[in-house]
Design a protein around this ligand. Structure first.
Ligand code: GCB
Length: 610
């Protein structure tokens, strides 16, 4: 057993820093969320998905009216003028906007209530877990405040052991999705602000002292040494922790420290590496005398060398597409394994080995599907345009989201890139802010590549693009968003454009494209037609072929998505139309142009197109 103590100490210090930040930021609520329990899908759980009663609260008076007490208006002398039991219901998981027509454009507070029956088990702790609540959530259990959380795309859990009753219980959650200048994202993202309990809600049961978090991966630079750490929930007496990977005949024991930590390194001969072509997952078990958790886990390396990205030591070109978390075939936020399979299946049909998840962490079930399917992933936090970079609290929030994203997903090998932002204008404050995020990401996870998508470029002469954003100095790989032929010039300008950078690093063109209404046809010079979009793709592809430091691309984007910015009647009707697939699943002409290119690239790489 070797130790990884420094990394471990930094990681835990960071997690605690976030707890303190949250605690001091909350005034009305005493309890912030508990440290995140990883891999809730591997736990004994009671699903609270399903119908929840709700009350809309546009004036934010539910607290003064004490909705959290779940009052009863009849049969007592109490004055109560609400009644969850006879209020309408919303399905959870799901945004409120597309379940009730009157809530489509509502932004504000909605109160959710669910009754459920529970029976406690001896020596068992119970946590209420929320996959995501957009944007601020406050939780009461049986009339008592339980916890609160900020951030619409990352999970949180709250210890409920002492508040749960045998028999009937009531959980009430107020969710508020009002946008603020100092939030993340800030005021005007180019996507629909779906509000509500948008991912799974459950009670997670664990033993008194349990395995809270772990990080298991190949050691940097090695293809057969697995190392990592395990953190137990409490620092009780030292415990023996066992790590097993039966298929590799690995069984390794160690004693946890007083702080409930355990770190190790084991040799793994004959390891079959995870890759898009062969997404091999091993069954991993971690156990203590009181707890056990298992995980399907892959092992791979990811690094850069000059302008190359190396997966398992071999240079790879990322054939990608951008993806919003928009439901296929229906309106609303996507969630769950079925949506994930459809969206990733479309990406695979396109010939992708890579998806960029814009612009926030997506459902963990999609990441798990990517692990199984062999789809490489870029995962990002919503530090998106318009962020208040001078605000220290906004930086704390960004760090919190980054920590939650990495904590949740660090054992999913599909993810190769953590992105700390998208399209932020350079300034000393912005540079310092992003630098802090890069530092945090590296401390939390030294094994993945750190990136960001920038649109900051110098143009010393017409058609000359120089990628010299100073933030690139901090990154392993830089993403560039460019819209030549759409927001800038015409598609033929791409034939004249030259691309350079002072940095010796791999570049991904993380966005390009243009709007097309599916089914609208015309000449290549007619904006909004499929032909115009197709022409952009043709010129883009031939331009991108000429960039030697280009190591991947993810055009904007797989599917049309709702955005309040996009109001052109008859064309956009509230949708950003840069998708290669319409909201109802029809492919546009540009889909096939990209598919053909990706087939060619796959063939050159010696892979069969999938
Ligand atoms: C961008 C943004 C993306 C927008 C896209 C567009 O640069 O990163 O969020 O949706 O452009 O369609 O304008």
């Amino acid at each position: 057993m070797n130790s990884n103590r420094n990394l471990l100490a930094v990681t835990l210090a960071r997690v605690c820093f976030v707890c303190v930040t949250l605690l001091s930021a909350s005034n009305s609520f005493a309890q912030s969320a508990s440290p995140l329990i990883q891999n809730v899908f591997g736990r004994s759980t009671l699903s609270l998905n399903g119908d929840w009663h709700y009350i809309v609260d546009p004036h934010d008076e539910g607290k003064s009216r004490r909705y959290y007490l779940n009052g009863k208006p009849f049969g007592t002398r109490d004055f109560v003028e609400y009644n969850f039991d006879t209020s309408p219901t919303l399905h959870v998981p799901g945004d409120w906007n597309f379940q009730r027509p009157e809530l489509q454009l509502y932004e504000g507070t909605v109160w959710y209530q669910k009754s459920f029956s529970y029976r406690s088990q001896p020596n068992t702790r119970a946590f209420l877990y929320f996959g995501a609540a957009n944007y601020r959530a406050q939780v009461w259990l049986n009339g008592q405040p339980l916890c609160e959380h900020e951030g619409g795309f990352t999970p949180f859990d709250c210890e409920a052991t002492s508040l749960l009753q045998d028999g009937d219980n009531v959980v009430i959650v107020s969710v508020n999705d009002t946008r603020h200048a100092d939030d993340i994202p800030a005021l005007r993202p180019d996507w629909f602000n779906y509000g509500g309990l948008t991912r799974d809600v459950m009670i997670v049961e664990v033993p008194r002292q349990f395995i809270q978090q772990y990080s298991i991966r190949l050691e940097r630079g090695s293809t057969q040494r697995i190392s990592g750490w395990v953190r137990l929930s409490d620092a009780l007496a030292p415990q023996t922790v066992t790590l097993r990977i039966p298929e590799l005949k690995i069984s390794s024991k160690a004693i946890s420290t007083k702080a409930g930590l355990f770190s190790f390194t084991v040799e793994a001969a004959n390891l079959q590496l995870w890759s898009p072509e062969k997404p091999k997952l091993y069954h991993l078990e971690i156990s203590t005398s009181s707890d056990q958790i298992s995980e399907a886990i892959g092992f791979r390396t990811i690094e850069t060398r000059g302008t190359e990205i190396l997966l398992n030591g071999r240079s790879i070109f990322l054939r990608g597409i951008d993806l919003h978390e928009e439901a296929p075939y229906r309106s609303g936020r996507a969630h769950g394994a079925d949506d994930a399979r459809t969206l990733l299946g479309w990406a695979r049909d396109l010939g992708c080995n890579f998806v960029r998840l814009a612009h926030y962490p997506h459902d963990e079930l999609l990441i798990r599907e990517a692990d199984r399917m062999g789809m490489l992933v870029w995962s990002e936090i919503p530090v998106y345009q318009g962020i208040d970079f001078k605000n220290r609290q906004t930086l704390d929030k960004a760090r919190q989201l980054l920590t939650e994203m990495i904590t949740r997903d660090q054992n999913h090998m599909a993810i190769i890139l953590w992105s700390v932002s998208n399209e932020t204008p350079k300034s000393p404050e912005r540079n310092a802010f992003l630098h802090q995020l890069v530092v945090t990401a590296r401390e939390l996870d030294p094994t993945r590549l750190i990136t960001t998508a920038t649109n900051q470029v110098s143009t010393p002469a017409p058609h000359q693009k120089v990628f010299d954003d100073p933030i690139i100095a901090d990154l392993d790989v830089f993403g560039v968003n460019e819209y030549i032929g759409w927001y800038e010039g015409v598609p033929a300008d791409l034939d004249l454009t030259t691309w350079s950078t002072p940095y010796n690093k791999p570049m991904i063109v993380s966005e390009f494209g243009g709007d097309a209404r599916q089914g609208l046809h015309g000449s290549v010079n007619q904006r909004w037609t499929e032909e115009y979009q197709e022409d952009i793709y043709k010129h883009q592809i031939s331009a991108l072929r000429r960039i030697p430091f280009l190591r991947g691309m993810s055009p904007w984007l797989l599917k049309d998505f709702r955005s309040p910015h996009r109001q052109l009647p008859g064309i956009q009707d509230g949708y950003n139309r840069k998708g290669l697939i319409s909201e109802s699943g029809e492919r546009k002409k540009a889909f096939y142009v990209l598919q053909q290119y990706y087939r060619e690239l796959a063939y050159q790489a010696g892979e069969s197109a999938r």
